[in-house]
Structure formats: structure tokens, C-alpha cells
Design a protein around this ligand. Sequence first.
Ligand SMILES: [Zn+2]
Length: 279
Amino acid sequence: MINPFVVFAGFAFVFGTMVGSFLNVVIGRLPEGRSIVHPGSHCPHCGNPVRPYDNVPVLAWFWLLGKCRDCKTPISSLYPTIELMMGLFALLLFDHIFVNTWDFTGANLFGFLLYFCFISALVAESFIDLKYYIIPDSLSIYAAPFAIGGMWLLELWGSDMGVGWQASVLGAFFGGGTLGAIALLWLLIRKYEGMGWGDVKLLLLIGAMVGPWPALPFIFLASAVLAVCVGVPIGVLQGKGWKMALPFGPFLALATLIWLFHAQTIVGVWLPGVVVEFF
Ligand SMILES: [Zn+2]
């Protein structure tokens, strides 16, 4: 007798890797303003289209030995890495949401997709920010209404997932507002942009998904600590002195992912008695 949970978890993993494959296209094309639909995947060197049987996430990179089938130009190992990462995120999220047989409801499936879209946006945004130093609006502020709408639908559905639409609106307001005020103040005092508006718009989306309290103070603090612990040493190694060598977006994303999966543990130490569970 095969455990149905194992089968569905397998589906979730494969689904995640396929989303990861799509994110590779988004990361490569969105910042350059190219369509993410047309043309289909092709080798950037020789222009030959990727064969359907070579489009298998994670595995294809290995049987192609990391090279284009036609011109043998190396394919970045970032592609299978992102596919595998998204497969594991899908598995992790599935494991959090679907614990008992009665968890298999339409509302929970919708919740799974909503949070997986959010995680996908965070991952895509991070790699785009690392490479191009920008955060596309479509992965931040334009996604916020969908986040609020999603939270509203979950609530309407009677699901215990999510933060509710009111917390979602407040989260967007305080997420974008607090960081926006800091950015504005910095601009007025120091006369240059210390914080990108992309970060402000990203924290607006993050706020819409996690609510204002106690999520935002944690994410704000944790991302700053992570940035100092990781960004500054890299800056020093690159000979930039104490200047940050990395954009801030990936640290906001990382702190948010830590919060999504470990909020209850963090809050258990910080604010005993408070319940924070998203899924
Ligand atoms: Zn090629």
C-alpha cells in the first residue's frame, strides 16, 4: 500500500522544480524587458531551441553534462540549482500544510499556491537583484493587491491559513511606509539614495503576506543583521572597505523565508503566548 502523502509530496516536489524552471526564464528575461513566454527556451550562444526532452528540470542539466546539446557552450549550474531549490521549497511547504487527510481541502490547496507564488517571487527577486541591482515592480508592489486579495479569499473560505485581509493591508502599509520613510529621510539628510525604492516596494509586498506585527520588526532586524554579517565581509574581501557589496533585496527575502517557516519558534522565545502560524 503506497502512502498517498508520499505520492502527493512527490507531485509537490516535481511541481516545484517545474516552477523553478520557469523562474530561470523570469530571472533571465524580466529585467531585460523580454517576453517570458516567447520565444521558447533556446541556447543564448547558438540560438537552437531546447528540445522538449531536454527541458526536464534538474535532471536534464546532468545528462547534458552542463552543456548545450548543439554547440557545447556551458550552461550555468544556477539553472538546476534554482529548480532543485524550488522543488525543496514546495516539499517543505507541502509538509507544513498537509499533515492529516482532512487537510486536503480546496482552501488549503489555494493557500499552498498563494504561499508558493510568494516564495517564487522572493527567489526570483533575489537573483534578479544580485545580478542587475533592481527589483521588478511586477515581483513587488504590483503583486501586493494579489497578496491582499489572496488573504481575503482564504478568510472567506474559512481557512485558518494566512493572516487575514486586514493584517494584510496594514502589513503593506507599514512595510512600505516604514522603509519608505527611512529612504526619504536618508535622501533628505544625506542627499543620495541609500536605500533603493525597490526595497521599499518589496517590503510592501512582504508586509501584505506576513502582516505588520510581529513579522515586520523581525524581518527588518534580521535582514539588517544578515546583510552586515554577509554583505560587509564580502565587501571587505572585494576591496570595497566596509561598504556593502550586495544589494539588500536578497536579505529581505531570506529573513522573510526564515520567518515564514519558523515564526512560531522565533515568537516562542521573543513573545511567549503569542500565536503566529501562516500555514
Ligand atoms: Zn548552443
